[in-house]
Design a protein around this ligand. Structure first.
Ligand code: NDP
Length: 330
């Protein structure tokens, strides 16, 4: 008889009605893949909440096991790059979307989705970063790659108390940037400052309704996680040759802007994708997290739960109520 494992499952109980449960499933029913991994930690991201609430743009078929992140030990590998006992992590690709994900005791995935855990990084620590950290890391990498450095001016980060935002604040702070954190939560100011922000401002400060094409230059760079009018406002307030990265849509997927920031100020807007991004670029960012970019992410901002705590946290993240990272210990 096949070995059983525990998973957090989402089931479509009626049209557009979804329920979650913890179930025992058979390891033989995991998707085909070269590497079987015993998951020690996962983490909760906004996308997991979309998957768990039946967003068909993320997950088409139910019942389903969400979890776009997983870190653990290789149990079996048909690929010579990995062997039993190796510590590894998987984020993105199709994990937790239409492939059974990390909110379970086991995952089985193609070898080219798997990253060896770099020396200097623990399994738990890697999932405190998770996809949120990787996305923040890719955003910081792009700012630096585009020539932005701490001497050029302030970097503004939106959705600052969220997973990606708080990680971006911490990494930028560690690298010596002056960080302006945009947050809707006054209660998060103290923590954001302890993470590395030099200033916290409210969401209204970056919500220009004036229709002016360009505003007073304030920032050398921006890491935007929310989209909508906040990103449009950021483009107007960047300095000459400023760079903004864009990864999210919590505010809105719309971006109503004009060409003026680009053609009058040489502003650059860089898209960030952590899902399909090149495996070698991921390795660079994970290696950075194990060395120069390693942040002291405060335990106050890490909410460690088990599979049984997920349903509540999914509801909270959908309402924008989570500050920091939700770590899932399997
Ligand atoms: P979180 O829910 O953890 O954080 C989002 C934060 O945005 C909230 O904590 C809140 O922070 C702020 N926020 C919420 N609602 C609004 C609003 N209406 N207007 C402005 N700000 C708001 O999400 P994540 O950090 O995990 O993800 C952020 C975004 O990035 C999501 O859209 C997600 O889908 C996307 N993402 C994209 C990836 C990619 O590869 N491109 C990878 C990972 C995430 P505060 O209260 O401090 O303002």
């Amino acid at each position: 008889m096949s070995k059983k494992y525990t998973a957090f499952r989402v089931t479509e109980v009626a049209e557009r009605k979804y329920e979650t449960s913890i179930e025992k499933l058979s390891i033989d029913d995991l998707p085909a893949g070269e590497v079987l991994i015993k998951v020690h930690f996962s983490s909760l991201n906004f996308k997991d909440a979309l998957s768990a609430s039946g967003n068909k743009g993320v997950t088409r078929n139910f019942p389903h096991t969400p979890g776009i992140d997983a870190a653990g030990e290789v149990v079996k590998s048909d690929n010579s790059a990995f062997k039993k006992g190796d510590k590894v992590l998987v984020t993105g690709f199709d994990l937790g979307m239409n492939t059974a994900g990390g909110m379970a005791e086991y995952i089985q995935v193609p070898a080219d989705w798997v990253v060896s855990l770099p020396k200097g990084l623990g399994l738990r620590e890697s999932m405190v970063y998770g996809t949120a950290g990787l996305t923040a890391g890719l955003s910081v990498y792009q700012l630096i790659n585009q020539g932005i450095n701490p001497d050029m001016g302030k970097i503004v980060v939106t959705g600052a108390s969220g997973g990606v935002g708080s990680m971006a604040v911490a990494i930028l702070g560690k690298l010596g940037f002056e960080v302006v954190a945009v947050t809707g939560k006054e209660s998060a100011h103290v923590l954001l400052k302890s993470l590395g922000a030099s200033e916290c401002i409210g969401r209204d400060s970056l919500n220009d309704e004036s229709k002016r094409p360009i505003l007073k230059p304030l920032y050398a760079g921006a890491i935007d996680t929310v989209g909508g009018n906040m990103l449009a406002t950021i483009l107007k307030t960047l300095q000459y040759n400023g760079v903004a990265t864009c990864c999210g849509l919590v505010n809105s997927p719309a971006l109503n802007t004009s060409v003026f920031p680009f053609i009058l100020k040489g502003v650059r807007l860089i898209g960030i994708d952590s899902v399909q991004c090149d495996i070698n670029l991921r390795k660079v960012v994970w290696d950075n997290f194990a060395s120069d970019w390693k942040v002291d992410y405060p335990e106050d901002l890490v909410d460690e739960i088990g599979l049984d705590g997920l349903a509540d946290k999914i509801a909270s993240i959908l309402k924008g109520q989570i500050a920091g990272r939700v770590l899932v210990k399997i």
